[in-house]
Design a protein around this ligand. Structure first.
Ligand code: C2E
Ligand code: MG
Ligand code: MG
Length: 343
């Protein structure tokens, strides 16, 4: 530990190479004792697990190996193993959460959300499995499946007279950065017949923190295809607003963190108002995610937020549940129209 601290101290100073100063971070894994190892290799592997943990927990630190780390790593490995087979075993499915026009409460769109029901483990938390898919690169294959399935679903609903303006598909930064992503989207549009403007790609704001140049190029190509682009989880991460000038986008989704206490904390209302005003000034539409109460909805309506999504309107639904939801909704709307016209 003393040695690790000494090394860290040294790395606090920049390295000067050809008059340029470079800061390097260092993550260290430490193991003592035999720890049940029968070979030097096993011993190093366990030190490596501790080092990996140091990186995972934010880098530039040291971590001492313990059994918990090994357990966590083994769980991750088996999850990874299961994830490799998830698509083939038909364990991944999609849920759909309606997005409504806030002033009229008309359903305008749905967001496809991935679900993984692993045969032995049961339901796996979506955020956990998506980030594992990102880390392992499996997101490209899984993401392609999700994209095509969503487009087919949209067309299937259209056949059943459920006509939505769009379907939103979440795209991770790694997918966007992968080679030929625009081509993949283009072929999904051709294969399924969905009009390009009916496909909305949701990209989390955090994707724009690094390497905006390459992403901007890809996003411009996507936009040229005619698909729309939403910035998801807006305001969640620390990021500069500069990227709003550089990337093409159509919608901003205000992160749930600001909606949660909208009816309790005035500061959230002020922040919400500023986000909505920025978006509108730039000619974009605004979506609020995670609306759970009528008060939150009323405040957002007052602030002129365009669209809303959340448990107040509907939880994510299976395709069959969504059909029922949409049919019920259309019935209710027709009843309202009939009663207004007979009155
Ligand atoms: P997201 O895209 O921001 O999706 C919104 C999340 O909030 C969803 O969680 C949704 O179920 C949840 N949610 C919606 N309304 C409410 C509400 O009123 N209250 C609360 N408490 N939660 C609400 P979910 O489905 O667990 O997804 C989590 C995240 O995982 C998503 O955040 C998205 O970043 C990612 N994700 C989900 N599906 C996909 C996918 O197909 N591809 C990729 N790349 N990422 C995905
Ligand atoms: Mg989303
Ligand atoms: Mg979001």
């Amino acid at each position: 530990v003393q040695l690790a601290e000494k090394i860290h101290k040294e790395f606090k100073h920049p390295f000067i190479v050809m008059d340029m100063s470079y800061h390097l971070g260092i993550s260290i894994g430490i193991i003592t004792g035999p720890e049940g190892c029968s070979s030097p290799q096993q011993f190093l592997e366990k030190a490596d697990m501790a080092m990996f943990k140091a990186k995972q927990d934010g880098r530039s630190q040291y971590v001492l190996f313990d059994k918990e780390i090994e357990k966590e790593r083994n769980q991750r490995l088996s999850l990874e193993h299961y994830l490799h087979n998830a698509l083939e075993s038909n364990e991944i499915s999609l849920c759909y959460q309606p997005k409504l026009h806030l002033a009229t409460e008309k359903i305008v769109s749905v967001e496809a959300l991935a679900r993984w029901h692993q045969t032995e483990l049961g339901m796996v938390n979506t955020e956990a499995f998506i980030s594992l898919a990102e880390e392992t690169g499996l997101i490209n294959e899984i993401g392609q499946w999700i994209l095509r399935k969503s487009c087919y679903q949209f067309m299937d609903w259209l056949d059943k007279d459920i006509s939505l303006e769009s379907i939103a598909v979440n795209v991770s930064a790694r997918q966007l950065a992968s080679k030929g992503f625009t081509k993949i989207v283009e072929s999904a549009l051709q294969e399924t017949g969905i009009p390009a403007h009916c496909l909305d790609l949701e990209i989390t704001e955090s994707a724009f923190i690094n390497d905006t140049h390459a992403l901007t190029k890809e996003l411009n190509q996507l936009h040229e295809l005619g698909v729309t682009i939403s910035i998801d989880d807006f305001g969640k991460e620390y990021s500069s607003l500069n990227y709003l000038k550089k990337i093409p986008f159509d919608l901003i989704k205000i992160d749930r963190e600001f909606i949660m206490d909208l009816d309790k904390d005035q500061r959230d209302e002020h922040i919400g108002k500023v986000i909505i005003d920025i978006g509108h000034t730039l000619g974009k539409k605004i979506v609020a995610e995670g609306i759970e109460s009528i008060d939150q909805r009323n405040i957002l309506r007052r602030l002129n937020c365009d669209f809303g999504q959340g448990y107040l309107f509907s939880r994510p639904l299976t395709d069959i549940e969504f059909l029922e939801y949409a049919a019920r909704y259309i019935e209710q709307r027709d009843d309202t129209i009939n009663s207004t016209s007979s009155a």
